[in-house]
Design a protein around this ligand. Structure first.
Ligand code: NAD
Length: 501
C-alpha cells in the first residue's frame, strides 16, 4: 500500500512522527486508497519555516511571472482532468460527472486568477493638496494557511491557493483527511509546472492536530478556512488571538422557493439536482423546499417520484445518479436527523433508510429522503444535515416564504422559481444570502462571481470573483508629495483655496 508524503520546501517528506491515516473509498470501504501522513507540530514547524523563507523572494516576483506558472497549472489540469476525477470519485464518492466538474472549476479558477497577474488593479485618485498625488496598491500579506472541506476537494482549495499565490503570498495547504489523494495530485501539478520550493507546501493530517497547529503557529498570517460553522468558529477564535486575517466559508441550509406561477417541471428538475447532487453534501445544497400551497400537492408528488427513481451507487458507474455519504460518522448523523424528523412530526414521503443490497453494503449509501409538511421551526428544518434529506415546507404568500427562508442561522445560497418578475426582484432584495438564483437551483456557482454567505455561513469575505483578492492582499495607500514643502492634510486646505484666488 502506497504511503504518501507531505510536500515541504520543495521536497516530498515523511511525517516526523512516522504516523499515517487511511484513505478509504466511501462507496466500497474494502478499498484502501492509500496511507497519508498524520502530521504533527514538528511537521507544521518545518512547513512554516519553508513558507516563510520562500515568501522573502516570492513576494518580489512580478505578478505576471507568478501568473505564468498558474496558467501552466490550469493547462496541465486540463490534461489530467479525467485521471484526477476518477481518483476523486474513489475517495469522496461523488459521481464522475460531478468530480469532472470539480476539476473543471479549478481549471476555470486557474485561468481566471492567472489573468489577475497582469491586473491586480488598484486606483489613482486626487489629492486635496497641490503637487501631491495619491494611489493605492495591493501588497501580499505573508504565509496563508489553507484548510478545506472534503466535498469539493480540488475546486475549493483552488479558490484559495490560486489567488493567494498570484497576490504574492506563500501557502501551506492542509486538505481534508477524507480527500488527501486529490490534494496530492493538485500539489504535484504545481511542482511539475515550476512553482519554486516552499511557495506551496502540503501538510496532511487531522484537523485538531495539524490544522489547529497551523492556525496557532505565530509564523502564519492568513487562515483561509472552508468547513463546518462549528470548526470555523474555533479557527476564528484562534485567529483573533494571533491578530491574523481569517476568512471563513461555512455551512448552509439553503432554501428554494417555488411560487404558484412557477414552471413546475423545471422546478422539480432543479430541486432534484439541488437537493441530491453530491448526495446533498454541498454547502449550497437545497435542503429546504418552500412550496406555495396552490402547487404543493402536484409539486410534492412529482418531486417524490423523481427522488425515488434516483439510481444510487458507485460514482464510477456511468449509470449512477447519486453516490454514497462520505463516512460512517456522517451516515450516523443523517440517521439521527431522520429519526428526529419523525419524532418532530414531519411526514416521511420516501427514503429514511440505509441501502445495503449487494455491494452497496460495503459503502455508506442512504436512500434519497423527503420529509413533507415540515414546520420551519423543526430541528430538521434548522440544522445543516449534510446528506440526502430534504424538508418540504408549505407557504401562503411570498412574504411568508421569505420569512421562512430567512429564519435560519445560515445564509449561503437561495433560489426562487417564478415567472413573475416582481416576485423575483422582491426575492433578490429580501433573501438573506450571499447568492440568489432565479429559476435555477441553489447550486451551480461560477468562479468569476463572488461566492460566500452571510450570517453564520461566513465572516464577510468572498471567494471567487476579483473579490477574493481582498482576502489575500492588504491595501496600501501611497501619497507622493513633490511640492518640496511641508503640506498638512485637513489643516492647510482652506488657506489653499484662498491662495488659489
Ligand atoms: P469540517 O469542519 O469537519 O472540516 C473542515 C476542515 O477543517 C478539514 O480539513 C478538517 O481537517 C479541518 N479541521 C477540523 N478541526 C479543526 C481544528 N480544530 N482546527 C483546524 N482545522 C480543523 O468540515 P467537513 O466535514 O470537511 O465539510 C463539511 C462542511 O463544510 C459543511 O458544513 C459544509 O457546508 C461546509 N462547506 C462550506 C463551503 C462554503 O464555501 N461555504 C464549501 C464546502 C463545504
Amino acid at each position: 500500500m502506497e504511503r504518501y508524503k507531505n510536500y515541504i520546501g520543495g521536497e516530498w517528506v515523511d511525517p516526523a512522527g512516522g504516523e499515517y491515516f487511511e484513505d478509504r473509498n466511501p462507496a466500497d470501504t474494502r478499498e484502501l486508497i492509500g496511507l497519508f501522513p498524520k502530521s504533527s507540530r514538528e511537521d507544521v514547524d518545518k512547513a512554516v519555516a519553508a513558507a516563510r523563507e520562500a515568501y522573502r523572494k516570492w513576494r518580489l516576483v512580478p505578478p505576471p511571472k507568478r501568473a505564468e506558472i498558474l496558467y501552466r497549472v490550469a493547462q496541465r489540469l486540463v490534461e489530467l482532468k479525467e485521471v484526477i476525477a476518477r481518483d476523486m470519485t474513489r475517495e469522496n464518492g461523488k459521481i464522475l460527472e460531478e468530480t469532472r466538474g470539480d476539476v473543471q472549476e479549478a481549471i476555470d479558477m486557474g485561468f481566471f486568477i492567472a489573468g489577475e497577474g497582469r491586473r491586480l488593479h488598484g486606483y489613482t485618485t486626487t489629492s486635496e493638496l497641490p503637487d501631491k498625488m495619491a494611489f493605492c496598491i495591493r501588497v501580499p500579506i505573508g504565509v496563508a494557511v489553507v484548510i478545506t472541506a472534503w466535498n469539493f476537494p480540488m475546486a475549493v482549495p483552488s479558490w484559495k491557493i490560486f489567488p493567494a499565490l498570484v497576490c504574492g503570498n506563500t501557502v501551506i495547504f492542509k486538505p481534508s483527511e477524507e480527500t488527501p489523494l486529490t490534494a496530492h495530485h493538485f500539489v504535484k501539478v504545481f511542482e511539475e509546472c515550476g512553482l519554486p520550493p516552499g511557495v506551496l507546501n502540503l501538510v496532511h493530517g487531522l484537523g485538531p492536530e495539524a490544522g489547529q497547529a497551523l492556525c496557532e503557529h505565530p509564523g502564519t498570517d492568513i487562515l483561509a478556512f472552508t468547513g463546518s460553522t462549528e470548526v470555523g468558529r474555533q479557527v476564528a477564535e484562534i485567529g483573533a488571538r494571533g491578530y491574523k486575517r481569517v476568512s471563513l466559508e461555512m455551512g448552509g441550509k439553503n432554501p428554494i422557493i417555488i411560487m404558484d406561477d412557477a414552471d413546475l417541471d423545471l422546478a422539480v428538475q432543479g430541486c432534484i439536482w439541488g437537493a441530491f447532487g453530491t448526495s446533498g453534501q454541498r454547502c449550497t445544497a437545497a435542503s429546504r423546499l418552500i412550496v406555495h400551497k396552490a402547487v404543493y400537492k402536484p409539486f410534492l408528488e412529482a418531486f417524490v417520484e423523481r427522488a425515488k427513481a434516483l439510481r444510487v451507487g458507485n460514482g464510477l458507474d456511468p449509470q449512477t445518479q447519486m453516490g454514497p455519504i462520505i463516512n460512517e460518522a456522517q451516515l450516523r448523523k443523517v440517521e439521527h436527523y431522520v429519526e428526529l424528523g419523525k419524532q418532530e412530526g414531519a411526514r416521511l414521503m420516501c427514503g429514511g433508510y440505509r441501502l445495503t443490497e449487494g455491494d452497496l453494503k460495503y459503502g455508506y449509501f442512504y436512500a434519497p429522503t423527503v420529509f413533507a409538511d415540515v414546520h420551519p421551526s423543526m430541528q430538521i428544518a434548522q440544522d445543516e444535515i449534510f446528506g440526502p434529506v430534504v424538508c418540504v415546507i408549505p407557504f401562503g404568500t411570498l412574504d411568508e416564504a421569505i420569512e421562512i427562508a430567512n429564519g435560519v442561522r445560515y445564509g449561503l445560497s437561495s433560489a426562487i422559481y417564478t415567472r413573475d418578475v416582481r416576485n423575483a426582484m422582491v426575492a433578490i432584495r429580501e433573501l438573506q444570502a450571499g447568492i440568489t438564483y432565479i429559476n435555477a437551483p441553489s447550486i451551480g456557482a461560477e468562479i468569476h462571481l463572488p461566492f460566500g454567505g452571510v450570517k453564520q455561513t461566513g465572516n464577510g469575505h468572498r471567494e471567487g470573483g476579483i473579490q477574493v483578492l481582498d482576502i489575500f492582499s492588504e491595501w496600501k495607500a501611497v501619497y507622493i508629495d513633490y511640492s518640496g514643502r511641508l503640506q498638512r492634510a485637513q489643516i492647510d486646505t482652506d488657506r489653499l483655496v484662498q491662495l488659489g484666488d
